[in-house]
Design a protein around this ligand. Structure first.
Ligand SMILES: [Zn+2]
Length: 334
């Protein structure tokens, strides 16, 4: 008599999408960001589709592959057991549900940070122990004020990559910025969707504060849900905010007061006057694009697999065709 051996259970494609939807990934997001550009309905009908989809999704979205394929397990993030996310302490972030909601955005950003660190060409020179005053002086040696361009230049010189990443599923909870360590580099991720160089500069300066003040312990990932009022924050967050203010404005407690009753025109004129006086408010431009184009020049795109290259370009809003063309032009002539 032969004994039949039970085949391990495996999810089908629609069950896989359904389980991911419960985690926060809607189907549109899975198709636009999780699967390669050649993915199509015909391929979905093939026998390999579920394994292939799970492999792509686990790599791009930082998900644990066995938990994706086993219908008896809930899908979990790959980094869940090893990474410690520290989120700004405020009322919301102490709530376990909010922490779980933040996990999607944090893990997506973490995977992009890891890809950036893996392919970043510059050597890190530690800034731990540098004061805001010293960094400001180093910047003002080369630039007329502490602008976004100046901060990008300083971080490039010290081997600290900065990326802007905001490709999240629409309904998940998002955050302003994150700083982590990967491949021997601190990596700054800015996630606030704002075109203003001044606002994004403050986030970068705040994350630089965490690095310089030695807040990045092994494996600790700091993400900012918001950069709220000082009295709502813990000591590390207050210290990082003061560091940012001193770095950008020259003193930790400088406050710009704009009365509520000001009209938009008067406010704009007043802001311009203050910016001329203190040279701190930059003209609006596409700051996320400025950050990622600057970063792209320091990345060794050829060191990535085709899929990771396609995904990183998508995640950073860069044109993959331009990147491939540029790396072809850089090939040595034989
Ligand atoms: Zn912080």
């Amino acid at each position: 008599m032969t004994q039949s051996i039970a085949k391990p259970k495996q999810v089908d494609l629609s069950t896989l999408y359904d389980r991911l939807r419960k985690l926060g990934f809607n189907q549109d997001f899975i198709f636009s960001n999780g699967l390669p550009d050649w993915w199509c309905e015909e391929y979905e009908a093939s026998g390999d589709a579920v394994l292939t989809a799970a492999a792509y999704l686990s790599r791009r979205f930082n998900l644990d592959l066995p938990s994706l394929l086993n219908p008896d397990l809930n899908p979990i993030f790959d980094a869940e057991s090893k990474a410690l996310f520290k989120t700004v302490k405020n009322q919301d972030a102490n709530d376990e549900n909010v922490k779980a909601e933040l996990a999607v955005a944090q893990n997506l950003a973490l995977r992009v940070a890891e890809l950036i660190a893996y392919t970043y060409k510059c050597q890190y020179q530690s800034i731990v122990g540098m004061t805001a005053k010293e960094i400001r002086a180093a910047i003002l040696d080369k630039y007329t004020s502490v602008t976004l361009e100046a901060l990008l230049g300083f971080c490039h010189e010290y081997g600290i990559p900065i990326g802007h990443f905001a490709e999240f599923p629409t309904k998940v909870k998002k955050f302003f910025g994150m700083v982590t360590q990967s491949k021997g580099h601190p990596v700054i991720m800015v996630s606030l969707c704002d075109l203003s160089p001044s606002r994004l500069s403050f986030i970068i300066a705040h994350e630089l504060g965490h690095i310089a003040l030695g807040h990045l312990e092994d494996g600790l990932i700091i993400s900012e849900q918001n950069l709220g009022m000082l009295d709502q924050l813990d000591d590390d967050e207050s210290a990082a905010n003061e560091f940012a203010a001193e770095l950008i404005l020259g003193q930790p407690d400088r406050v710009y007061y704009f009365p509520h009753y000001m009209t938009a025109e008067a406010l704009s004129e007043s802001a311009m006057e203050k910016s001329r006086r203190d040279r701190v408010i930059e003209k609006n431009s596409n700051a996320p694009q400025q950050i990622n184009r600057y970063l792209s020049k320091s990345l060794d795109w050829d060191s990535l697999s085709n899929d990771y290259r396609e995904y990183l370009a998508l995640a950073l809003g860069l044109d993959i065709a331009e990147i491939i063309e540029e790396s072809r032009n850089c090939l040595p002539v034989s």
